[in-house]
Design a protein around this ligand. Structure first.
Ligand code: NZQ
Ligand code: ZN
Length: 391
């Protein structure tokens, strides 16, 4: 087991009517003038935005609204939010929605606290953060895990790149999670969210040669919970207990508790981000489309790990690692399909040529300068083979 620091400081308010505590939480963490960041309007239509505003008013906290964050949120949009936040002297930013609204809120917090920085320079690492504003989250889709993660992902449309930064300034001070607000989710977004949750732990799991028993047990328990309750939600989206389980898995799958004591991988995310940057594919769909070919390519170099996954997560009844690995991969792909997710690039509604695949592989590997995966190093050539196998 490697040395680690575990720091997951977000105060979680979970369950029915949790949103009524937004004002109390904003006050506790020092908000006087709050910016409420949301997306394309689902929180207006559901009535959640009004409930959050009422809660802030009760706590005598003033606010300004900033909507319009779109899935795969952009630098350009966040910069508009920074301009408004500076004009309005905002001192706290709350994202209401999913990863796109919360990550936009994080970007606005960073940019507002550092008005002399070009926002994208923070994302490239050219301008490291030494301060930011406090951020809160009111979650409406269990998926990205941004409500507890140290990450924020933006797309720079001008240069066609999507990337994330990891910093403790991305940790929300508080996260409000009422599963009932997720009942209105479009089924495709729910399926994409469940895929992303599973993937955040899969990306931490396929790391060979580490002995981390407790981390394994937590990860395997979380994955079984996601599979069990994900299937329940596909039948009945208003199953409160199933949605509550999935929502809590969303946060724990990406706050790092399922990866303690070993390195992270996130190679499937690198392949997915390249796809989303070029074709604006929904994040979860970009992952399920390539995971099968990624796993087929790599399992033979880590059959003990893939075999353990198959036996403990899918209850595959085979002591032979090779056989179990293959069965575990097939069941995972079937699970994505049962969530209505694409399981190949041809399932995505986009035209991709061999030349495009080359460019995607170069994007995912930063022009072949970084190697992906902890199993065997994947350069641009190997990543291209994986994309090709996913066609
Ligand atoms: O924009 P609105 O109108 O709110 O609609 C959204 C959006 O169209 C809709 N939606 C959300 N909650 C709803 C709802 N519709 C009806 N009822 C509800 N309760 O769902 C759509 C997707 O929303 P989005 O915020 O994009 O979803 P998600 O949470 O999957 O976030 C995706 C973004 O997060 C990034 C992804 O790359 C992507 O940009 N990620 C962020 C991470 C992080 N910060 O830690 C980690 C992840 O790996 C991921 O990269
Ligand atoms: Zn993800």
């Amino acid at each position: 087991m490697d040395n680690f620091i575990y720091h997951a400081p977000t105060e979680v308010v979970f369950g029915k009517e949790a949103e009524d505590q937004t004002g109390k939480m904003a006050f506790k963490y020092g908000g006087h003038k709050v910016m409420l960041v949301y997306g394309g309007g689902s929180v207006v239509r559901s009535g959640l935005l009004d409930k959050v505003k009422n809660s802030l008013e009760s706590a005598k906290i003033s606010f300004v609204e900033f909507g319009g964050a779109k899935p795969n949120p952009t630098v350009e949009h966040a910069m508009e939010g920074i301009k408004l936040a500076l004009e309005e002297h905002v001192d706290m930013v709350i994202g209401i929605g999913g990863g796109s609204s919360i990550d936009t809120a994080k970007a606005i917090a960073h940019g507002t606290a550092n008005p002399d920085f070009e926002l994208w320079d923070i994302w490239t690492g050219e301008r490291p953060l030494i301060m930011s504003l406090p951020v809160g989250a009111v979650l409406t889709i269990p998926a990205a895990g941004s409500e507890m993660s140290d990450s924020a992902v933006l797309t720079n449309e001008k240069i066609g790149k999507k990337s994330g930064i990891n910093t403790d300034f991305n940790r929300c001070k508080f996260a409000i999670m009422n599963p009932e607000w997720c009942f209105t989710l479009p089924k495709y977004q729910l399926g994409a969210g469940i895929t992303d949750i599973l993937m955040h732990t899969l990306e931490r799991y396929f790391i060979p040669d580490y002995n981390c028993m407790l981390t394994d047990e937590i990860a395997e328990g979380l994955m079984r919970t996601v599979i069990n309750n994900g299937l329940k939600l596909m039948k009945n989206q208003e199953d409160y207990d199933a949605m509550a389980e999935i929502m809590w898995c969303s946060s724990l799958s990406h706050n790092n508790i399922t990866g303690l004591g070993r390195p992270k991988d996130f190679s499937v995310h690198k392949l997915g981000h390249a796809l989303s940057a070029k074709y604006d594919v929904t994040h979860g769909a970009s992952l399920s489309a390539v995971w099968g070919s990624w796993a087929e390519y790599l399992y033979k170099y880590a059959t003990d790990r893939f075999g353990q996954y198959a036996r403990r997560v899918w209850y595959v009844d085979s002591l032979n690692d090779e056989q179990a690995s293959r069965e575990g991969i097939l069941r995972t792909i079937d699970f994505f399909a049962s969530l209505g997710m694409p399981t190949s690039l041809s399932d995505l509604d986009v035209e991709i040529t061999k030349r495009d695949i080359q460019l995607l592989a170069l994007d995912a590997t930063k022009d072949d300068t970084v190697k992906l995966s902890q199993i065997i190093p994947l350069g641009a050539k190997e990543v291209m083979d994986i994309y090709m196998a996913a066609m």
